[in-house]
Every structure is written in C-alpha cells, then in structure tokens.
Write a protein that binds this ligand. Structure first.
Ligand code: SAM
Length: 286
C-alpha cells in the first residue's frame, strides 16, 4: 500500500470514529494523555502543539498546565476530531486552545512557534514519520521539547493490543487478511522503529533531537464490560481492522474477544487491563 492510500485510510477511519472516540465505557486515551502531559511538564506561559490531537486527551491537560498566559494548539487530519475537540472547548470555555485541521507530516507554523510538541498515540500513524519529525525542530523554540506515546509492540502479539489479547484472535482473522495486514507487516507499517530503543534514538537524533528518554509504563485500560470493550475497539485504530474483516469472521472475532475478556473480568463484569505504553521525551539540538 502506498503512503497516500495508507494515509487516506487512516484519515477515513478516524473521521468516522470521532463521534464516539475516547467516550463510552472504556478509559484509556484520557489517562494516557494525562500521564504524557505529566511527564512533559508544560510550564505556565508555554506554547504547546499537540499533533494528532484527536478529541484532546493530551491537549486539554496541557492547556490547563500552561494557563491563560500560554497557548495550546491541537492539529489533526480528521476534521470530525477537530470539530469534537472544538465542542469541548466551547463546553469548558478553554480560551487558550486553538484547533486546526492540519497534516502532522507538514505542520504550517512560523519558526520557533512552540516550546513543547506532544503526540499522543499519533506519530505511529504517520506513514513517513521520520521525515515528519525532522520538520518539527524548525517550528520549535530553542530548548524546545518533544514528548509522545506509542504502543509497545510485543513480538508474536497483535500490534496495538496488550499480549493478553493474543489468544483471543482466532486464526480465521489472519486467514481473512491480505499479506499487508499480517501482524509483522503491521508492525513494520506502523513505524516498527518505535519498538527498538536504539533505532528510535537514531531516528530522533537524525531528525534533530537529543536527550532521548524512553520510559515503558503500563496504563490501566478500564472497561465497563467485555462488550463495551469490543464496541470501543471500533472507535479507535482497530477500526481499520474491523472494516477489513468479512462479516462472519468479524462475528467470530467478536465472540472470541467477549469470551476471553469475560474470563479476565471482575465479578461485576468490569475490566482493568494493564496496557504497555512507550513514553518518549527528547529536546531539540540547540
Ligand atoms: C489514536 S488517535 C490519538 C488521538 C489523541 N492524541 C489521543 O491521545 O486521544 C490518533 C489521532 O491521530 C490523527 N492522525 C492520524 N494521522 C494524522 C496525520 N497525518 N496528521 C494529523 N493527525 C493525524 C487521527 O486522526 C487521530 O485523531
């Protein structure tokens, strides 16, 4: 798949997912965004850019941290995500937030516009992420920092999901998917270099960053019930997978996920799944 077709597939999936993205009975992006902002530690008065901001899981905590004297700009390629985030701005009256539909691979801002660039689970979706990252130092002020999250890809497991999900994927799922949707190929496409710390450091250094720190932590993914989790999985990146499965195979996967998650659930049916997440921070070479 070429990068233009791939990018329009991603855009389409998130455009359709935005209405229910990060809402409903599952908590994951919101606590991960908060943790990213805690680690990045924006200071009052700073200017923050959140690339692939979605509905603002990291953007709103960052806006709160920089306060009325600072500015938090969120960009996303999916116009519906930006619209949903704008509604939140109106709801909470966040006067220091600006939202723009923009490709994170080609950010159009004047030189030295930002002190901090955030990317919550978004860099992995950029088909040419190393080249995109190399465009960020220009728009960052001297001493500017970068902080982003990505999934921890575990060999042999379905990318994006904690290893506990691996046995819940029936072989029919992989049999139904074309070669470019097999787990190893997905890992490669979703920026496999993020999985290898040495490669990750090399890519960031080539892009103009230094002081790279990689922290692997777990974020608790909470769900009201197994079926709430399955519904939620249609509202994020996994939608790309659901959309490609023939109806009977999708039904089989759904049943298998509900059965597997039921075994992990507490007595009231709720779930807490520790999800490995990679938190990366760096600063620009001044
Ligand atoms: C998994 S979501 C994360 C959203 C948000 N950062 C969060 O933590 O909830 C990935 C987001 O990246 C956006 N995205 C994907 N490719 C993009 C691109 N080329 N430019 C800007 N945004 C992009 C998607 O539209 C989606 O909103």
């Amino acid at each position: 798949m070429d990068s233009t077709a791939y990018k329009s597939g991603v855009t389409d999936a998130f455009t359709r997912a935005a209405g229910s993205y990060d809402r409903g009975g599952v908590g994951f992006f919101t606590p991960m965004g908060r943790e990213l902002v805690r680690l990045a530690a924006p200071r009052p008065g700073e200017r923050v850019l959140d690339v692939g901001c979605g509905r603002g899981a990291a953007l709103f905590p960052a806006a709160e941290a920089v306060g009325p004297g600072g500015r938090a700009v969120g960009i996303d390629i999916a116009a519906t995500m930006i619209e949903a985030a704008r509604e939140e701005v109106r709801r909470i009256g966040a006067g220091n937030v600006e939202l723009l539909v923009m490709d994170a691979e080609r950010p159009h801002f004047p030189n030295a516009s930002f002190d901090l660039v955030l990317g919550g689970y978004s860099i992995l979706f950029l088909p040419e992420a190393p080249a995109a990252l190399a465009r960020y130092p220009r728009i960052m002020a001297p001493g500017g920092r970068l902080a982003f999250t990505c999934p921890l890809f575990v060999p042999g497991s379905f990318p994006f999901l904690p290893p506990v999900f691996t046995p819940m994927f029936p072989p029919s799922v992989f049999a139904a998917l074309p070669p470019d949707w097999q787990p190893d190929e997905l890992r490669r496409r979703y920026n496999g270099w993020l999985s290898d710390v040495a490669e990750l450091e090399a890519v960031l250094e080539a892009a103009g960053f230094t002081g790279v720190e990689v922290r692997d932590q777990t974020v608790p993914m909470t769900a009201e019930s197994p079926s709430a989790w399955v519904e939620w999985s249609h509202t994020q990146g996994m939608r790309l997978l659901w959309d490609r499965l023939p109806v009977p195979v999708a039904g089989e996967l759904r049943r298998s996920l509900v059965a597997g998650l039921t075994e992990l659930a507490a007595e009231d049916g709720s779930l807490v799944i520790d999800t490995p997440v990679r938190f990366v921070t760096a600063e620009i070479i001044s």
